[in-house]
Design a protein around this ligand. Structure first.
Ligand code: ME8
Length: 537
């Protein structure tokens, strides 16, 4: 049995409602999962929420609620948004679930029993929003000169902290990790992040990672089984989800089928946790090099102007407002939003979110190009072929179809190549290039003139070519825009499952097949007028 493709997203904190940044990682992971399923591979997509720690406890307190009740409320917003955005995950883990808590405690007990943990105290600085402890060595002398240092990751002020707790050796594992990263160019992607990790590993890591928090300071967490005065550090708790859900340590059979993760999708803000702490933790659990995650893909940031969009900066855009209000009136609003996220910026780079950019993509790529192609092709099949897929043109009657036919036939390969590199925008660009070419083909052959001249065989041949191109495009767009692909499929009168292999073949449509009703995919009437920046300054 082939190993299941195992893809993960971060577990998002439930201190506030999801924003565009969270939806970006989620849509990207869902898109790759759908693509691999389209290829016929077994896939397991895991997502969920990170619910413990000081940050959540403080947010709950500010809202006047108990942490669990507060988490339950925010989780329902995440679940609602994932449904709206067509996220087809296979499991959703909440770190407050018993299945996770028990497995985390078993893992901690194992590390303790094997002598991998040391009890000690040391002094440093704590970033509460990031839940990250920084040693003075990591901050450097310059940062400490001006009094209260700021967090190197998020640039917010740090609190002095002395941690008495349980520690995992970091520096002792550094030579192994350094060699591992060097030997595995795909371990961290894109290349710029790989370089960042390699240079980080040139400097000595802190000697230890404190993996517990004193209950006296943070009570909202998983109790450490052998040290009841402590809870598990929220980052260790959350990272472990990637192995607790696949069945570690209780279900070795299931674990062997899922682990290692094929891609951990994350944003670049949490690269250090994933590319340093996580492999060292797995290494401490006795996992071999072959059992390390295959790829940690750290994508870029969505910004508003020059600033990262973030809950604490208060400049967030709520995706449900974008989909429900700004794109109101669009039957495929969620898909238009998914398309924008994946097409607008190369995966891995930063980008700026703006209402204008979103509307431009909707109008030009989706309404004018894709929607127009599908609509005009279906309307002409209705008018000139009694609403049925016409037969192919007789040999010799269709020389000028060849460039479009070849471009459409080469598309699956181009998409496959891009998706193997997790380059969503390159894949979409390739598909949209063929859509543009098909529209140009319609203009050039002018089927309405063929109808007037009663060149029926040629006319039918042209419409057949267009229908085939649309079939291929529908298959290849389905990971990106699942509801649009379903609609295109129905409009062509197709019923069966879509499979990637069928996009590389010509002639998938049966002549005579009745097409379905074909409402416009992206209507041009004015969408909602609500601003999507309710909370920006
Ligand atoms: O870090 N642009 O959770 P979190 C793009 N609980 N992506 C963004 C973004 C932006 N402006 N802002 C957030 C945590 N993200 C931990 C993770 S995993 C074991 C624990 C996305 O709620 C991006 O994926 O702060 C980023 O890494 C993640 O949300 C952080 O979510």
């Amino acid at each position: 049995m082939p190993k299941t493709i195992y893809l993960t997203t971060p577990l998002y904190y439930v201190n506030a409602a999801p924003h565009i940044g969270h939806s970006y990682t989620e849509v990207a992971a869902d898109c790759l999962a759908r693509y691999r399923r389209l290829k016929g591979e077994p896939v397991f997509l895991l997502t969920g929420t990170d619910e413990h720690g000081q940050k959540i406890a403080q947010a709950a307190e500010a809202a006047g609620e108990a942490p669990q009740a507060f988490a339950d409320r925010v989780v329902s917003q995440f679940l609602g948004l994932w449904k709206t955005l067509h996220i087809a995950y296979d499991d959703f883990i909440r770190t407050t679930e018993a299945r996770h808590i028990q497995a985390v405690q078993a893992i901690l007990a194992k590390l303790h029993a094997e002598g991998s943990l040391t009890r000690a105290a040391y002094q440093g600085w704590y970033c509460t929003p990031d839940e990250t402890f920084w040693t003075e060595a990591e901050l450097g002398a310059d940062a400490l000169r001006g009094g209260r240092p700021i967090c190197p990751a998020c640039r917010r002020p740090l609190e002095p902290a002395k941690e008495e707790g349980w520690y995992l050796k970091l520096r002792a594992a550094q030579p192994w990790l350094k060699a591992f990263v060097k030997d595995h160019p795909d371990f961290v992607r894109p290349q710029s992040r790989h370089n960042e990790m390699s240079s980080l590993l040139e400097q000595p890591l802190p000697e230890y990672l404190c993996i517990t928090r004193p209950k006296s300071r943070v009570s909202w967490g998983i109790e450490v089984p052998f040290s009841p005065d402590h809870v598990v550090y929220v980052w260790v708790d959350a990272l472990l989800n990637y192995i607790t859900v696949p069945g570690y340590p209780g279900d070795p059979g299931r674990f062997a089928n899922l682990w290692p993760a094929d891609v951990h999708f994350i944003g670049k803000d949490i690269l250090r946790h994933h590319a340093v702490y996580w492999p060292i933790l797995l290494h401490a659990l006795g996992m071999s090099d072959e059992q390390m995650p295959r790829t940690i893909f750290a994508h870029g940031w969505w910004k508003i102007g020059e600033q990262k969009m973030s809950k604490s900066l208060g400049n967030i855009v709520d995706p449900s407002v974008v989909v429900g209000q700004l794109l109101k009136g669009q039957p495929h609003a969620a898909d238009a939003y998914r398309y924008f996220l994946l097409r607008e910026i190369p995966f891995g780079q930063d980008g700026t979110f703006s209402e204008e950019a979103l509307m431009k993509r909707l109008e030009s790529d989706l309404a004018n190009d894709l929607g127009n192609l599908v609509n005009r092709a279906c309307s002409m099949i209705e008018r000139y072929s009694e609403g049925r897929i016409p037969p192919e043109a007789p040999v010799g009657c269709a020389v000028d179809d060849e460039p479009l036919r070849q471009a459409a036939l080469g598309l699956a390969g181009a998409v496959e190549q891009a998706m193997d590199q997790v380059e969503f925008s390159t894949a979409l660009e390739a598909v949209m290039r063929v859509v543009t070419q098909a529209n140009q083909y319609v203009e050039a052959v002018a089927p309405w003139k063929l109808a007037k001249a009663q060149e029926t065989a040629r006319l039918h041949g042209v419409l057949h070519v267009l229908a085939e191109v649309i079939r291929i495009v529908a298959i290849l767009l389905s990971p990106f825009m699942p509801s649009v692909a379903d609609a295109m499929w129905r409009q062509l009168g197709c019923r069966g499952e879509r499979r990637l292999a069928d996009a590389a073949r010509w002639g998938g449509l049966a002549p005579g097949q009745a097409i379905g009703p074909h409402p416009v995919l992206f209507p041009r009437e004015s969408p909602g007028t609500t601003s999507i920046f309710p909370r920006s300054s």
